[in-house]
Design a binder for this molecule. Structure first.
Ligand code: NAD
Length: 367
């Protein structure tokens, strides 16, 4: 199959981890005879340095002319003196707006090999595998009116959703649940907020279209507690924008390191894929960055933009395999397992494990 991927490596550790993710995608292309085309474009601090703007028009054009956008990270302290709209991070906000995705997907997985890395006890995190589906274009972040009156010391934001906005993100969550363990937890605050009552009624209305999916509703406050008490009880979790922002960060502790977390934003003109972490200027250029978040993000590209589920799972299995084998970058080193690989070495180990998995699968099919 043909897939055109725009690569926005960005700043700091962005290029280091993106390089490893692209290598993994190239391995999948080579193995399966796919035609993956990569086009690099500038975003963030590197774009300011080269072109005087965090998001050049050429970057927007390349992204809109692609099937998927893979982003590293943006942010560079040397631009901190600029106004917020001129800093590297504004390029990220603008590209998200241009691409227009409304459903942000964030997996939280407890890898057995990293059980000691989570602040939660291993028996609590064991078996946890959650996919957050966060609505990204509505709610308090965008609702009007919004203002801060400094004379009267009063401020207002508006939580607003239309039924259509809830329906489109709920359909995404229902379909994803169908491909997983068929359980959907919808999070709201329906005991207090009318917006949440609309949210809950809309999700309930769609249930009959997905009879194989079990639906439960959780109030956001009790959900925050259940997530940390029994994370394995959840499969797909559907939330509005603010609740999802908070809960998906909270559930990051299940995995145990920011460097392990991938994300995808789908439903817009072109899907956007990025690891959750930032540009980590404290470790940039030292070979210390964990590339696994970016590599797992590459798996999401294959799953959500190419329909290559088997290959996506092979990448995820390869990541689990290198962790089981005891390979660690500094952020996931704990207890008896010290940091023992660089960014590049970790990438190569996943590459090796991946090709072995694909080879094995191929020879099984040939029998
Ligand atoms: P950060 O995610 O860059 O780093 C937080 C901590 O986690 C640091 O100690 C860092 O070393 C560590 N870390 C992050 N990713 C890692 C990885 N892959 N491997 C090993 N360790 C990792 O967040 P921050 O320090 O708050 O922000 C740094 C810059 O990144 C800022 O300019 C910020 O605006 C920007 N930022 C960008 C994004 C993005 O591009 N999506 C997201 C968050 C922050």
């Amino acid at each position: 199959m043909k897939l055109r991927i725009a690569i926005l490596a960005g700043d700091g550790i962005g290029p280091e981890v993106t390089h490893e993710a692209v290598n993994i995608l190239k391995a999948v292309a080579e193995f399966g005879g796919h035609d993956f085309q990569f086009r690099e474009a500038l975003l963030g601090g590197v774009a300011i340095t080269a072109e005087g703007t965090p998001i050049p028009q050429s970057t927007i054009d390349i992204c809109l002319d692609s099937d998927a956008v893979l982003l590293g990270a943006v942010g560079d302290n040397k631009f901190n003196h600029l106004s917020p709209d001129k800093r590297p991070e504004s390029g990220l906000l603008q590209i998200r707006q241009v691409l227009g995705g409304f459903a942000n997907l964030r997996p939280s997985i407890a890898y057995p090999a990293l059980a000691e890395n989570s602040p939660l006890r291993p028996e609590v995190t064991k078996g946890a595998d959650i996919l957050f589906v966060r609505e990204l274009l509505g709610g308090l972040y965008f609702g009007a009116p919004r203002w801060w009156n400094k004379e009267t010391n009063e401020a207002i934001n508006t939580m607003r959703y239309t039924k259509a906005e809830v329906e489109r993100v709920a359909h995404v969550a229902f379909k994803l649940a169908q491909g997983r363990r068929k359980k959907l937890t919808s999070v709201d605050k329906a005991n207090v907020l009318e917006v949440s009552q609309l949210w809950r009624a809309t999700v309930d209305e769609l249930k009959s279209q997905y009879p194989d999916v079990t639906v439960e509703h959780q109030l956001v406050d009790s959900m925050a507690m259940h997530l940390m008490n029994i994370p394995r009880n959840f499969d797909v979790v559907l939330t509005e924008n603010l609740f999802g922002d908070i809960l998906s960060d909270e559930s990051g502790v299940i995995t145990g390191s920011l460097g392990m977390l991938p994300s995808a934003t789908i439903g817009g003109k072109v899907n956007l894929y990025e690891p959750v972490h930032g540009s980590a200027p404290d470790i940039a250029g030292q070979g210390k960055a964990n590339p696994l978040g970016a590599i797992l993000t590459a798996a999401m590209v294959l799953r959500h933009s190419a329909g290559l589920e088997r290959e996506a799972q092979a990448i995820e299995a390869a990541v689990a395999h290198v962790l089981e084998a005891g390979h660690r970058t500094a952020d996931i080193a704990r207890g008896n397992t010290a940091a023992n690989v660089t960014t590049t070495q970790m990438g190569k180990l996943v590459h090796q494990a991946l090709t072995e998995t694909l080879d094995r699968h191929d020879s099984m099919h040939a029998v």
